[in-house]
Ligand binder design. Sequence first.
Ligand code: BGC
Length: 237
Amino acid sequence: MAKNNTGVLTLAVDIGGSGIKTIVLDESGEAVTKRNRVETPQPPQPEAVLGAIVSLANAQGEFHRVSVGFPGVVRRGVVFTAVNLDPDWVEFDLATILSERLGKPVRVCNDADIQGLGAISGVGVELVITLGTGFGTALFVDGKLVPNLEGGHHPFRKGETYEQQLGRAALEKVGEERWNKRVLKALRNWQNLFSCDRIYIGGGEAKKISVNLPDNVTIIPNITGLLGGIALWRGDN
Ligand code: BGC
């Protein structure tokens, strides 16, 4: 339950391929409740996922508006791709339908974009990579998001994409040592492509990184995927 708080409270939701998480944030973006989590329902179809979000939200107590990080391309609240969830998500108006279920205004954004909004400094070229079920990317130039980079589905090596080589399934298949070597190679590619001032690595598997990273690369905590949600309402307080 929320601490005593009189301001506008935001429920932040992170929909992932393996878990769904929520937390309540105050106007400054500080967490005022404990994060709760359930396993992503299988199959991860819209109704089941909505049900999980509503249960988590009910357990969080009071909030006035909602920010959702979704693992796919989202435009104006409508899902366009959901590679690691279910094809039923395509064209699903997540913002409108979740808003009806929760009785609160809802804004939805790509999950990697939200990680980025919670991590970047706003200066120069900043790239965010998320390592979890999938491989997420978000690129910012002086704090402005370049939309829908979807780097995970770009070709990487051996005829496979970044996500096929570095997603959780690949990590489990090839083991941490080989996966770590691939992480370094991927970082070199993205650095060569964008001459990044900073690269941030988030997501549930970032903790498995054991190689020395280049000086401009920082690992960010996975909770950034929730904390960044406040940015979707910036300027609206
Ligand atoms: C999706 C991205 C998402 C990433 C991490 C990819 O499969 O296409 O939109 O950011 O997974 O969840």
